[in-house]
Design a protein around this ligand. Structure first.
Ligand SMILES: Nc1ncnc2c1ncn2[C@@H]1O[C@H](COP(=O)(O)OP(=O)(O)O)[C@@H](O)[C@H]1O
Ligand SMILES: [Mg+2]
Length: 434
């Protein structure tokens, strides 16, 4: 390969320092668009391939198609810039044209890291070991994808005297990139093996001025804040029902009054891949179970599973609330004494309405009422979610975050857990009435 002369931006030198030290293992280069993030990742992989013959690297992104259409184009651009020639210095092979083999035997695998429901454990990644990995647009992945890649970073590390390194890039997002890197870094609590570097387009002298103008012309305020200014706190949208801080608090809050036990279940998730069943002690969501296909596809088996679970946990039938819309009805009918939840039914009125009309609540339906009540309880710091998997946690953060006041009546994308919780609140409301 020809000799490489990389003229780096200041941020690139900072990242480069972490990529070459003996202590850092995880680097997040994240923030605004055009901050030279993808270039940095590709440049690193190319240089390492040249320096360590027969090493093996991974470049990952949510979908292989997006990887090929964008990150890999940057890879080829960097190669071209440095006089590294396709056909002479490397070749592209593999059934999906996703393996790059350099003339010194080093290889790069382009990988799809999307969480497919059929492969929840990322078995598809196989047992292949890598020397290091670069993940572009990592905010689009679930954290488990990143953790799984990390377990594969072992290939020839001792031989090369290297430590495992993972470089991830992203735009600001309120999910694991924020919680695992951005926030701890801001608070000075980031572990020493992890590094966060803020990306800004204004730090990149190589950027085309048209590119900055394009970013400046973005109409959507939140998008502009994220991409032009690299602002991580962009989502303070007044119509959002759950602020990010309140959602984050759910995972550390311990709800008061945990004596009464409840089960809530979303058994009507049409066309969806899961059927979450929640177990609650008061307003503390203690356990979440996603029923496997062979059970959820059969109303009889689903009903039996829920009844067995209720017996095991000691939950009374009147404290089981299940979605009654669609397929739900069948399950509800098979569990004597449980409560069916109908999204579109009228909101629950307190008994005082009989005497005082001004006490009447004005929600368009029961579902809206429950969302508003959930938001209220969460704001008071009285709803907690006990240990969950990263996938569920991310689903809660992302899906509750998009619940907006005006959209509340639309049966659009609902929060997996949000929906569960509101049913539990219904259970509370119902028991309060009895
Ligand atoms: N060290 C560099 N030398 C020359 N051009 C660079 C360098 N770093 C970045 N660039 C250019 O800056 C532009 C934006 O970089 P890119 O990595 O795509 O940004 P991001 O991934 O942060 O959006 C690209 O045109 C890229 O080629
Ligand atoms: Mg990029």
């Amino acid at each position: 390969m020809p000799k490489i002369n990389w003229e780096q931006t200041e941020k690139q030198s900072e990242v480069w320092g972490y990529l070459n030290d003996k202590t850092t293992t995880d680097i997040l280069f994240g923030g605004g668009a055009g901050g030279a993030k993808s270039f940095t990742g590709c440049a690193w992989i190319i240089i390492m391939c040249g320096k360590y013959p027969k090493s093996r690297w991974l470049i990952g992104r949510k979908k292989l198609t997006a990887l090929k259409e964008s990150t890999f184009i940057t890879f080829l651009d960097v190669c071209k810039k440095w006089g590294i020639k396709n056909g002479r210095d490397f070749k592209i092979t593999g059934q999906q044209q996703n393996i790059i083999t350099f003339s010194n035997g080093s290889t790069v695998y382009l990988k799809d890291l999307f969480l497919y429901p059929s492969d929840p454990e990322f078995d598809n990644l196989g047992s292949t070991e890598y020397t290091g990995a670069f993940i572009d647009e990592a905010n689009q992945l679930v954290y488990k994808a990143v953790e799984t890649v990390k377990t594969r970073l072992r290939y020839k590390l001792d031989e090369f005297n290297l430590v495992p390194k993972l470089l991830a890039t992203c735009n600001p997002a309120k999910n694991w990139v924020y919680m695992e890197f951005y926030k701890p870094n801001k608070e000075g609590k980031l572990e020493s093996c992890r590094k966060f570097v803020q990306s800004l387009v204004t730090d990149n002298p190589f950027i085309d001025s048209n590119y900055i103008n394009q970013l400046k012309s973005i109409k959507n305020k939140a998008q502009k804040e994220r991409l032009l200014f690299g602002n991580w706190e962009y989502d303070d949208d007044p119509s959002a029902m759950f602020s990010f801080d309140i959602i984050s608090d759910l995972f550390t809050t311990k709800a008061k009054n945990q004596e009464e036990k409840f089960i809530s279940g979303d058994i009507s998730r049409k066309g969806s891949d899961n059927m979450p069943i929640g177990y609650w002690e008061g307003l503390q969501l203690k356990e979440i179970h996603v029923l496997p296909y062979e059970i959820r596809s059969d109303t009889k088996k689903s009903a039996q599973w829920i009844m067995d679970f209720a017996d095991k946990k000691g939950v009374r039938r009147s404290h089981i609330v299940l979605d009654e819309d669609g397929v739900g009805g069948g399950v509800v009918d098979q569990i004597d004494g449980c409560i069916g939840f109908i999204n579109n039914s009228s909101p629950i009125q307190s008994f005082e309405v009989k005497y005082d009309e001004s006490k009447r609540v004005n929600y368009s339906n029961l579902k809206s009422q429950c969302y508003f009540m959930l938001a209220q309880f969460a704001e008071q710091g009285n709803v907690g979610v006990s240990e969950t998997t990263d996938a569920i946690r991310n689903a809660i953060v992302e899906e509750l975050g998009v619940v907006k006041q005006r959209d509340i009546d639309k049966d659009g994308k609902l929060a997996v857990i949000g929906k569960d919780k509101m049913k539990e609140i219904l259970a509370e409301a119902l028991t309060m009435r009895i």
